[in-house]
Design a protein around this ligand. Structure first.
Ligand code: HCA
Ligand code: CU
Length: 376
C-alpha cells in the first residue's frame, strides 16, 4: 500500500470552528484518544494564541515523554520569531509555520512582493530549524497560487530546512483533478514530503484528500467531525475509512472513530446529523423492504463495510416501506414468533399507517392480532 498517514488537527483547525472552544482538560483527553487511535500526527494548537493552549501542549509533551502519547505533536506558528520561540520552548516534535502565498494574500493581507515573501519564508524556517526541531512549512492558499511561484516557495522552504510542506486548499476550491495536478507538478522537487490540508467549502475536501494521497501526499489533514473555519475540513472518520477502503492503508484504528466523534460532539457542542458518513446514527440503518431483505440474506448487499469493523451494528426501521422479511426478522429479534397470517395482518396495518413503528408499537399490533383470533 501507499505510505500515507493522518494528521488530526481537531485541537488547532477544529477549535477555529465558530462557537467552539476547548478547555485544557478537554484538549488533553482529545490528544490521548487520538494517540490511542494511532494517528501519525496531532496538531495540538497554536501556543501563542492563549495561555491555556500553551499549557495544554506542555502537558501533552509531558505525557509524550512518559510514553502515554505516541503520535508526533505539532505546534502551529506564524512566520514570526515570537511564535517560533513559543513553539520551540515547548519542545514539540515539529513546528508548522504558515504563510499566505497567493497574490491576493500577498497584495491585500501582508502587503509583500513575492520576493519579500520568499525571504520571510526562508528566514522564519531557518530560524525555527536552528532550534533542531523539524519544520513543516504551510503554503497557505496554495491552491490559488501560481504554480510556478508555488514551486519557488517549496524550493525555498526546503533550502531553509523544512522537510515537509503542507499544500493548503484554504478556501476549498479544488477538485480531485486539480489537486492531482498540483501534486504531480511538485513531485520532482527533492528532499521534501507533502501534507494536504483541504477545506470543505464546496463539499470536495474528502475527495480532494484521496486525490492528494494518490498523487504523492504522505500526510492528509483532518479533524474529528470535520470541524474547522467556516464549514471545516476533511472529517477524520470518513478519511480513515476511505484510506482503508481504497488504498489499504491503516491510518487510524477504525474502532475509535465513533468514540472520537461522540467525544467531540460533547466538547464542541456541535452534534452530527443522522446521515453523517461513517459515524452518523443511520450510517448502517436500512429502511426499504428490498434493502432489508438483501441485508438479511447478506449484509454486503447494502453495506460497504461490516459495521462491526467500526464497532457498530446495523439496524432497520419498520414502516410502510417494510416488507414481510424485515417484519419477520424484527419480530424474531424481539422474541415474537409470527406465522404468515400474523405477518400479513400486521403488515396491512403498517402499510395503512404513515408512521415509524417502535418495538412497543409492534408489540401492540402483534397483540391486537391475538385478540382478533380470540374473537373468531
Ligand atoms: C488558516 C491556515 C490553514 C493552515 C493549514 C496548514 C489553512 O487558515 O488558519 O497549516 O496546513 O487552511 O491554510 O489552516
Ligand atoms: Cu485550514
Amino acid at each position: 500500500p501507499l505510505k500515507v498517514g493522518i494528521l488530526d488537527s481537531t485541537l488547532r483547525e477544529g477549535e477555529q470552528t465558530p462557537g467552539v472552544l476547548f478547555n485544557k482538560n478537554q484538549r488533553i483527553e482529545i490528544a490521548q484518544l487520538l494517540s490511542d487511535a494511532h494517528v501519525a500526527m496531532i496538531e495540538a494548537g497554536h501556543p501563542l494564541v492563549s495561555p491555556d493552549i500553551y499549557s495544554a501542549i506542555k502537558e501533552i509533551m509531558d505525557m509524550k515523554a512518559s510514553g502515554m502519547i505516541n503520535s508526533e505533536i505539532i505546534a502551529h506558528s506564524r512566520a514570526v520569531n515570537s511564535d517560533i520561540d513559543s513553539a520551540a520552548s515547548l519542545g514539540v516534535d515539529r513546528i508548522a509555520i504558515f504563510y499566505g502565498v497567493s497574490d491576493i494574500h500577498l497584495d491585500n493581507k501582508t502587503h509583500r512582493s513575492r520576493t519579500e515573501a520568499l525571504d520571510i519564508i526562508y528566514d522564519s524556517i531557518s530560524y525555527a530549524s536552528s532550534t533542531g526541531i523539524p519544520v513543516r512549512f504551510t503554503a497557505e492558499d496554495a491552491s490559488r497560487t501560481d504554480i510556478n511561484f508555488l514551486r519557488n516557495v517549496v524550493r525555498t522552504a526546503v533550502d531553509a530546512g523544512a522537510d515537509r510542506v503542507s499544500i493548503a486548499d484554504t478556501l476549498g476550491i479544488l477538485t480531485p483533478e486539480k489537486t492531482a495536478y498540483i501534486f504531480n507538478n511538485l513531485s520532482d522537487i527533492k528532499g521534501v514530503e507533502y501534507d494536504f490540508h483541504g477545506h470543505n467549502d464546496m463539499g470536495m475536501a474528502l475527495a480532494n484528500g484521496l486525490a492528494a494521497a494518490e498523487s504523492g501526499a504522505t500526510i492528509i489533514h483532518s479533524t474529528v467531525n470535520g470541524l474547522g473555519e467556516r464549514v471545516g475540513i476533511i472529517p477524520t472518520q470518513a478519511l480513515g475509512v476511505l484510506l482503508n477502503y481504497h488504498l489499504g492503508v491503516d491510518a487510524i484504528n477504525l474502532l475509535s472513530l465513533k468514540p472520537l466523534s461522540e467525544l467531540i460532539e460533547k466538547y464542541s457542542g456541535i452534534t452530527m446529523p443522522p446521515n453523517y458518513p461513517v459515524t452518523g446514527s443511520t450510517a448502517f440503518t436500512h429502511k426499504s423492504g428490498v434493502h432489508v431483505d438483501g441485508i438479511i440474506r447478506n449484509p454486503g448487499t447494502y453495506e460497504f463495510m461490516d459495521p462491526s469493523r467500526l464497532g457498530l451494528q446495523h439496524s432497520f426501521t419498520i414502516d410502510k416501506y417494510s416488507g414481510k422479511h424485515a417484519l419477520r426478522e424484527k419480530l424474531a429479534n424481539m422474541g415474537i414468533n409470527a406465522d404468515d397470517n400474523k405477518i400479513s395482518y400486521m403488515l396491512e396495518k403498517i402499510k395503512n399507517n404513515n408512521m415509524v413503528y417502535s418495538e412497543d408499537d409492534l408489540k401492540e399490533i402483534a397483540n391486537s392480532d391475538n385478540q382478533r383470533h380470540y374473537v373468531k
